[in-house]
Design a protein around this ligand. Structure first.
Ligand code: ATP
Ligand code: MG
Length: 555
């Protein structure tokens, strides 16, 4: 697959199926859907599914629905519905028509269940959940038929109605499909279609106390909406049988145009988890501050961290779509954002570990303003104003008393370095506190070197960044490390054992004055430090590190 050339549409097995379906005339248009359950915030794995479903619809001039798979009111919440809509839009996609909910179709689902009952294909079962598990058998042993399997149709009708009207307790009975208790696919051993839940639903309030199972609701939702290709992840591979069985046994939906399900592999990302359940545990147990904590692999966390929608779409294109499960290298995600920000991010200077640099031969009280480019390779991005005076801040890491070797390119006593966009300086001496921490470095500057090399031909190789001290603005920097110490935390059911206790480091330093009105979530390149964006949830000047300037994980 050519991932470099954006003109070439990546092909994959799903597109091949679609091409065939269009050329054989089976379908005349393409309709997909993205079907999140509103029980958590979307994560980077969902982005893969979103890019695939909406991307295919766009490529084939088709349609893609956003449908909330809201059949389990116990775990769902309107907060999640709203965050999901926001994230899909932010990623740059537009769903067809109104947002859809599986719950919009509860009446139709109920009628479909009645149709199955009337055909002798569904029955009310009173086995307890433990008994039902025992009756289901194992992969090696066939299941046993429920004693309720042969209840007559009329009786099942009555019981189902009673279930709907609240005549049974939660867990007392379920509606099951009558399929095959000895099927080698466990999901075909008389799967549950409806269960009782006395729970208020975020869309239908108290209208229902019976709720359909995913396997029943999903295929029906697809068919009702005229979805042509229902794309889901590999764990639903076996469930394709029940998907087909349901549609084939309902008169309205058993047509040549009915939807078909195709499975692709989930995204698993190194040092992250893409399970909503586990992400929720991280939030609930305060390992992170919220679903949109910048360390979270959620869309909202990545956005708050400074990731752009374009970089996430690019990442999804780079990883492609296949049927092979794998663990994706996090550096692929990081290079997507780095490549984007390298071109789009305005440059600025910030000092994260400040020490003072006093330029002793520079006039006291003189502050000059310098106009410098916003982006060195893109003049159109204009210029910005920075300041220079006798006292500036530089980073502690950029000074050492004695240069370790000739290759050392930062400041050291008797060594010269260029201050970015300003002069060449040479360090002379320094002060430290009683613990030996360097506080102030003193230097002299060469007044002939503003924007040019020294006239005597001296080569000054190193360049360091700085912020003028009287105009500098204090800021907090949040530097993130991986959230997990293990590349594949999914291996552990207990996430706490692989949590990185040092995934957040807070620093206090200085920024250029023009950053004081930086927009939240829009990344800048802090020269020599990395990409940072202003935090959207903090009052003051707080900057989140998006990503470093180069891949340093493996060094
Ligand atoms: P989770 O285990 O995180 O709750 P889910 O599959 O239950 O995931 P849904 O809200 O049902 O979450 O997912 C909506 C769609 O996104 C589904 O079609 C699902 O297959 C897809 N999806 C979920 N996680 C991933 C992933 N890691 N990679 C690719 N697609 C995913
Ligand atoms: Mg799901």
């Amino acid at each position: 697959m050519d991932t470099q050339n954006k003109e070439v549409k990546p092909t994959n097995f799903i597109r091949n199926v679609i091409n065939e379906d269009l050329s054989s005339g089976k379908h005349t248009f393409i309709k997909t859907r993205f079907p999140p359950e509103p029980n958590g915030y979307l994560h980077i794995g969902h982005a893969k599914s979103i890019c695939l479903n909406f991307g295919i619809a766009a490529n084939y001039d088709g349609f893609c629905n956003l449908r909330f798979d809201d059949t389990n009111p116990t775990k769902e919440d309107i907060e999640y519905v709203n965050s999901i809509k926001k994230d899909v839009e932010w990623l740059g996609f537009k769903w067809d028509g109104e947002v859809k909910f599986s719950s919009n179709y509860f009446d139709i689902f109920y009628k479909c269940a009645e149709e199955l009952i009337s055909k002798g294909l569904a029955y009310i079962c009173f086995l307890s959940s433990d008994e039902a598990r025992e009756y289901r058998g194992t992969l090696k042993e066939p299941g046993k038929k429920s004693p309720y399997r042969d209840t007559n149709i009329e009786e099942n009708f009555k019981l189902f109605k009673k279930m709907k009207l609240g005549g049974f307790k939660e867990g007392e009975c379920v509606l099951r499909a009558k399929i095959d208790m000895s099927s080698s696919f466990m999901c075909m051993r008389d799967p549950t279609l409806y269960r009782i839940r006395f729970e208020r639903h975020h869309q239908t309030n108290d209208d229902w106390c019976i709720y359909p199972m995913y396997d029943f609701a999903h295929c029906l939702g697809d068919a009702i909406e005229g979805v042509t290709h229902s794309l889901c992840t590999l764990e639903f591979q076996d469930n394709r049988r029940i998907y087909n069985w349901t549609l084939e046994n309902l008169d309205t939906f058993n047509t040549s145009k009915r939807p078909h399900q195709y499975e692709f592999s989930r995204l698993n990302l190194e040092y992250a988890t893409t399970s909503k359940r586990k992400l929720k545990l991280l939030v609930d147990n305060n390992y992170v501050n919220s679903w949109n904590d910048p360390r979270m692999p959620t869309i909202s966390g990545l956005r708050r961290r400074g990731y752009t929608a374009a970089s996430i779409r690019d990442f999804c294109e780079r990883i492609g779509v296949s049927k092979v499960n794998s663990l994706t290298d996090v550096s692929i995600l990081e290079s997507s954002i780095r490549d984007d920000l390298n071109i789009t991010a305005p440059r600025t200077m910030a000092v994260i570990n400040p020490i003072k640099l006093v330029i002793e031969n520079y006039p006291e009280g003189k502050i000059v303003s310098l106009m410098v480019p916003v982006h060195p390779q893109n003049e159109e991005m204009g210029t910005r104003e920075i300041f220079f005076s006798r006292e500036i801040y530089i980073d502690k890491e950029d000074f050492i008393e004695v240069a370790p070797n000739n290759k050392y390119k930062r400041l050291a006593i008797n060594k010269e370095v260029r201050l970015r966009h300003a002069y060449v300086v040479k360090a002379t001496h320094f002060d430290s506190d009683k613990d030996g921490n360097i506080k102030t470095v003193y230097c002299t500057y060469d007044s002939e070197t503003l924007g040019k090399n020294p006239s005597d031909g001296r080569k000054v190789k190193g360049v360091i960044h700085f912020v003028e001290s009287s105009k500098a603005i204090s800021a907090e920097f949040r530097i993130y490390d991986r959230l997990f110490l293990e590349s594949n935390p999914a291996k552990f059911d207990d996430l706490s054992s692989s949590i990185n206790p040092n995934s957040l480091e807070i620093k206090n330093g200085f920024i250029e004055p023009n950053l004081s009105n930086a927009m939240a979530e829009k990344a800048y390149q802090f020269e020599r430090e990395g990409y940072f964006c202003r935090d959207s949830e903090s009052e003051g000047l707080v900057f989140n590190k998006t990503v470093g300037l180069r891949d340093t994980w493996n060094q």
